[in-house]
Design a protein around this ligand. Structure first.
Ligand SMILES: [Zn+2]
Length: 384
C-alpha cells in the first residue's frame, strides 16, 4: 500500500539551482524526443545523456537520468502532439538520490553541491507512515519562496515482511586461495588457471630481467600490462557470472576483518596470484550488482569455516583442510562450500537488519552518524 508524506523544506540556494539545472536537462530530452518522434527511455538516454552531462556538468548523473524519465513520461502523455516547454521547478528523486530519516527528522537530497541533509518538521502521525520510502519530488515555488517535498512510502505490515523474508534469495560467496570463489549454489571458481598463467609470466619476467637489455626492458613493460589485463578479465568474467545467477542479494565476507586479512596477506597467496586479490573481485561484484539492482552485504567471517551449515554446531576440528565433517551430526561437505552456505545464512539476516533499521546498504551513500545532533540546525550540511 502506498501513501504520500508532504513536508516543508527550508528555502535553499543549492536546491534552487538543482531545480533549474534539472529543468534544463529535462528540456533537452524533451526537445530531442519531440524532434526524433520518440518517448522511449533508452533511445532518449542514448541520444542525450552525453550532451546533457557536457552542457550541465554540475547536475549529478542520477538526476540526469530522472530528468530524462520525467521527459519521457511527459512526451508519452502528450503523444508527441505538441512541443513541451517545461516551466515547473520540480525535481524527481529516487532511492539513489534521496533518503528520509524520520527518526532524526531529516531528509538527505542529492544537489548540484553534493549530498545535503535538510531538517524537516514531523508530526507524531509519521508513525503511521513507516515503510519503504521509494521516491520523492521536490517542489520549488520561487514566487512565494517556498520549498516542499512529497515522499512516497510503501507501507509494510508484518505478514508482508515475513513473506519478503522467505522469498528473498541470498547467495553466499566464500573467497579464498585455492578457490577464488565458492558459491552457496555449488559453483566453484578455481584459481588453477590464474596461477598457471601467473607462473608463466613470472618465469618470462625473470628471464627478461636477467637479460637487462633495452629491448628486454620494453618487453617487460608490455608483459606487465598484459598480465594486469589478464587479471582484470578474470575478475570481470567471474563477477559477471556471480551477479547473473538468479539471486537478489550477494553476501561476502567483510575484508576488513582479521580472518580475511590473513587470507589476503598470506605470502604464498601473493606470490602465486600476484596482483589478484579478493578485494578487486569484490569491487567488480559491487559494480555489476548495482547495475542489476542487486544488493551486496558484508558479514563477519568469524566461524564461517568452523560452523556446520546443517546443524549449526561450531568447532574448529570440524574442518580438516578442504574437508568439513561435523563432529556432532556427521554432516560432510567441501569446506569452502560449507563456508559459503554459512555466509548465505549470515547474509540474509544482515540484509534484513539493514532493511529494518532503514540504514543504507553498503553501495549506497551511507547515513551520516552525526545526523541526529543536527536536526535543530536550519542549514543543510554536506554528507561526507
Ligand atoms: Zn552438524
Amino acid at each position: 500500500m502506498f501513501r504520500t508524506i508532504k513536508l516543508k523544506l527550508p528555502y535553499d540556494k543549492s536546491l534552487l539551482e538543482t531545480g533549474e539545472r534539472f529543468r534544463e536537462a529535462c528540456q533537452m530530452a524533451l526537445d530531442y524526443g519531440f524532434s526524433a518522434r520518440t518517448f522511449n527511455k533508452n533511445k532518449l538516454n542514448r541520444a542525450t545523456y552525453e550532451d546533457v552531462r557536457k552542457a550541465i556538468p554540475t547536475l549529478p548523473s542520477a538526476l540526469v537520468q530522472t530528468a530524462r524519465d520525467t521527459a519521457s513520461e511527459s512526451l508519452k502523455q502528450t503523444k508527441l502532439e505538441k512541443k513541451i516547454h517545461r516551466k515547473s521547478l520540480t525535481i524527481r528523486y529516487d532511492r539513489r538520490t534521496f533518503r528520509f530519516y524520520p527518526d532524526s527528522h531529516t531528509i538527505s537530497l542529492t544537489t548540484v553541491s553534493g549530498r545535503l541533509v535538510f531538517p524537516v518538521a514531523l508530526s507524531p502521525l509519521i508513525e503511521k507512515y513507516r515503510g519503504e520510502y521509494t521516491n520523492a519530488q521536490v517542489f520549488i515555488d520561487t514566487k512565494h519562496r517556498k520549498m516542499s517535498v512529497m515522499i512516497q512510502v510503501e507501507l509494510q505490515d508484518k505478514e508482508v515482511e515475513k513473506k519478503v523474508y522467505n522469498n528473498i534469495k541470498v547467495m553466499g560467496v566464500d573467497r579464498g586461495i585455492r578457490n577464488m570463489a565458492v558459491l552457496s549454489n555449488n559453483i566453484f571458481f578455481n584459481s588453477a588457471q590464474l596461477k598457471d598463467v601467473k607462473g608463466r609470466y613470472r618465469y618470462n619476467r625473470k628471464k627478461l630481467q636477467h637479460a637487462g637489455t633495452r629491448s628486454a626492458h620494453l618487453k617487460l613493460k608490455e608483459l606487465s600490462g598484459r598480465e594486469r589485463r589478464f587479471v582484470q578479465n578474470t575478475n570481470h568474467a567471474i563477477s559477471k557470472q556471480i551477479v547473473n545467477f538468479p539471486f537478489d542479494v550477494i553476501a561476502l565476507e567483510d575484508l576488513g576483518s582479521a580472518r580475511m586479512r590473513t587470507k589476503r596477506n598470506g605470502r604464498r597467496f601473493n606470490r602465486k596470484l600476484g596482483s589478484w586479490s579478493p578485494h578487486h573481485l569484490e569491487q567488480f561484484i559491487e559494480y555489476k550488482a548495482q547495475e542489476r539492482n542487486k544488493s551486496v552485504v558484508y558479514v563477519n567471517p568469524r566461524y564461517t569455516s568452523q560452523r556446520c551449515s546443517s546443524c549449526g554446531y561450531v568447532h574448529k576440528d570440524n574442518r580438516k583442510g578442504s574437508v568439513f565433517r561435523c563432529l556432532k551430526c556427521g554432516f560432510e561437505l567441501h569446506a569452502d562450500l560449507n563456508a559459503s552456505r554459512n555466509i548465505e545464512v549470515l547474509g540474509k539476516s544482515e540484509y534484513f537488519r539493514l532493511l529494518s533499521t532503514s540504514q543504507s546498504l553498503r553501495f549506497d551513500e551511507s547515513m551520516p552518524t552525526d545526523v541526529a545532533e543536527t536536526s535543530n540546525k536550519l542549514q543543510p550540511f554536506r554528507v561526507q
